[in-house]
Design a protein around this ligand. Structure first.
Ligand SMILES: C[S@@+](CC[C@H](N)C(=O)[O-])C[C@H]1O[C@@H](n2cnc3c(N)ncnc32)[C@H](O)[C@@H]1O
Length: 188
């Protein structure tokens, strides 16, 4: 899966800097390639990372992080984001929320709320469904989610409402020049 999302997100972080915060946790971070890119773009290279995914999945991440020279800056943690997540200042959810229903997304966000302090930031990388009937990649992916998962693609308003219900404020939506966006939110 990470190899598919990697091809779709080529170049999308080139002009992007994560919100401030010393510890960055990538939840459902798979092979670690998103975290490698985001920490690599960190200008002073002092942040620490947490790669969090199912215990059965994190082995590859250890190899990818070692190859990127980041093993000493990133803790690799196996777990279930519906149960609990580690404490961090910034949480990355890359192609995670669209896999899950609103109720399931609220459980993931509740795990963050239980672990984090007020003011923690969440960085969501997803397609955002545009208004209108014009074709868009997110509308195709939406059908895949309908067939394979409990999730769906969401509009900006749907992300704002979902985050609000879960106790987060959507701060901004960063366009990336491709079909995917970066949504930043803050825990109230
Ligand atoms: C669609 S992939 C996204 C991978 C990665 N974030 C990316 O952008 O390439 C979903 C990831 O969520 C992980 N995942 C699914 N359920 C999980 C759970 N309950 N707890 C932790 N990770 C989970 C999967 O193992 C997988 O790596």
């Amino acid at each position: 899966m990470a190899s598919i999302t990697a091809s779709l997100r080529a170049g999308m972080f080139d002009d992007y800097q994560l919100p401030s915060g010393h510890v960055v946790a990538d939840l459902g971070g798979s092979d670690g390639s998103v975290l490698v890119k985001l920490l690599d773009d960190d200008t002073d290279h002092t942040r620490r990372g947490i790669l969090f995914d199912r215990a059965t999945t994190v082995h590859t991440a250890r190899l990818v992080l070692a190859a990127a020279g980041l093993r000493d800056r990133v803790d690799v943690v196996g777990g279930d984001f519906f149960a609990s997540v580690p404490r961090a200042h910034v949480y990355v959810l890359a192609y995670i929320l669209h896999d899950w229903s609103d109720a399931e997304c609220c459980r993931i966000l509740a795990s963050i709320e239980a672990a984090a302090h007020v003011g923690a930031r969440v960085v969501i990388i997803e397609g955002v469904v545009p208004h209108g009937d014009a074709p868009h990649l997110t509308k195709t992916i939406d059908l895949t989610m309908l067939a394979m998962m409990t999730g769906k693609e969401r509009s900006e308003e749907q992300y704002r409402d979902l985050l609000d219900v879960a106790g987060f404020d959507l701060d901004r939506v960063v366009e990336t020049g491709g079909p995917f966006s970066i949504l930043e939110a803050t825990l109230r």
